[in-house]
Ligand binder design. Structure first.
Ligand SMILES: *Cc1c(COP(=O)(O)O)cnc(C)c1O
Length: 396
């Protein structure tokens, strides 16, 4: 009979197979808050205010406070936030928007959806974020905006990017879906560009019980426009100035997130502690030549939505398969640059057109980093990687 408490991974019994280490276990974060969350949901149920209620306002205020912005506007998802941001900036056919290709699909699909031209810029090898030099090279008279992604929880090089945008008179949108709470030189992600776009998808650092999103901005005129566009372009009921969409944040999601957001700072610190521990364990194991660890730039506050290593020498898929055999969860974010996606083939980016993006797509592997990981689990991940590497080194 198993006597170890079920919430603690046990590695003490040599006869039992090693416990699985999931890539992400959202239940470990939600479970301790269960009663508080259920009470919040009950509150919405009893109030009957399912949209535009006080829960949504409270979350908007909390996100604005974290981001130090004047305004925050709820919407239905991170994808909608990106679309609404481009709509508010009047992006239209003939316009060009510069964005990375090494990101989640929604970053670029919103540009396409508005009939504007996606202009992909390559990434920096060390941070996986968009390279300011590549942005500069991609600017044309048709450029209207730069859509920056703070990938994996670390801010892009915002000082250089803002300088380019100012010089050419183009807008900056921040995709903060993976980076709520991150900072660049002390400035919060989502406060530096014209508009910040957030996601509360369950795997994000602040995840709800379904879809949800938020927009941040310092400018009251943009905040008004975003609110209107997310409500069918309507300011006075049933009078439409512009053609908007329907994209609202549910009170139920906001109620859940209002409970969870109180823990966000602690969760960020736990993710940071896990990342530091990985660095320590990997260096102790002498694996540096085989697994390149992610780089935290000294002037950034990284919130580690993903801990993404590079596995060169064509070993990435072998390693992933052998970790899966040992029940260690990993994921490839992302196996293809967006410029390599079939649906974007008409844009004409051939193989080799974005070399750093393509190399990253071949080499990256994301390891478990969620806040509640136990130290024995981190040790197991590093140990298992060490075994695979040693085996392949002998075979080589
Ligand atoms: C998750 C994500 C989105 C989309 O957010 P949803 O809420 O899932 O629509 C956009 N951009 C990036 C970088 C993301 O990681």
């Amino acid at each position: 009979m198993k006597t170890a408490p079920s919430n603690l991974p046990s590695s003490s019994n040599p006869d039992s197979p090693p416990e699985a280490v999931p890539l992400l276990d959202v239940q470990r974060g939600n479970q301790p808050l269960r009663e508080e969350i259920l009470a919040a949901i009950r509150g919405v149920c009893d109030s009957g205010r399912f949209l535009y209620g006080p829960d949504v306002q409270q979350l908007e205020q909390s996100v604005a406070a974290i981001c130090q912005t004047q305004h925050a506007v709820g919407c239905a998802s991170g994808s909608d936030a990106l679309l609404l941001a481009l709509m508010a900036l009047d992006i239209k056919p003939g316009d060009e928007v510069i964005t990375p290709s090494f990101t989640f699909f929604a970053t670029a699909s919103c540009i396409w959806r508005l009939g504007a031209r996606i202009v992909f810029a390559d990434i920096e090898a060390d941070t996986f974020n968009i390279d300011p030099a590549q942005i500069e090279a991609a600017i044309t008279p048709a450029t209207k905006a730069i859509l920056v992604v703070h990938l994996f929880g670390q801010c892009a090089q915002m000082d250089a990017i803002q300088a380019i945008a100012r010089r050419h008179g183009v807008a900056v949108i921040e995709d903060v879906a993976q980076a709520i709470g991150a900072e660049f030189q002390g400035q919060p992600a989502g406060s530096m560009g014209d508009i910040g776009c957030f996601s509360f998808y369950p795997t994000k650092n602040l995840g709800g019980f379904g879809d949800g999103g938020m927009l941040t901005t310092q400018r009251p005129s943009l905040a008004d426009k975003l609110r209107q566009l997310s409500a069918h372009g309507m300011q006075i009921r049933y009078y439409h100035h512009t053609v908007g969409i329907n994209s609202r944040l549910d009170s139920l999601q906001a109620a859940v997130l209002n409970v969870k957001i109180t823990q966000l700072g602690r969760w960020c610190e736990q993710r940071r502690a896990n990342a530091a521990r990985y660095h320590q364990l990997f260096s102790q194991a002498g694996l540096a030549d085989w697994v390149q660890l992610p780089y935290e730039v000294p002037d950034r506050f990284h919130v580690w939505n993903q801990f993404t290593v590079r596995v060169p020498h064509g070993l990435r898929d072998t390693l992933r398969g052998q970790l899966a055999d040992q029940q260690i969860g990993t994921e490839i974010y992302y196996p293809l640059g967006l410029h390599q996606q079939e649906c974007f083939r008409p844009l004409g980016y051939g193989p080799g057109s974005l070399p750093e993006t393509e190399r990253a797509a071949r080499e990256v592997l994301s390891l478990p980093i969620f806040p509640e990981l136990a130290d024995v689990e981190l040790q197991r991940v590093v140990q298992a990687i060490g075994e695979v590497v040693r085996h392949n080194r002998q075979a080589a």
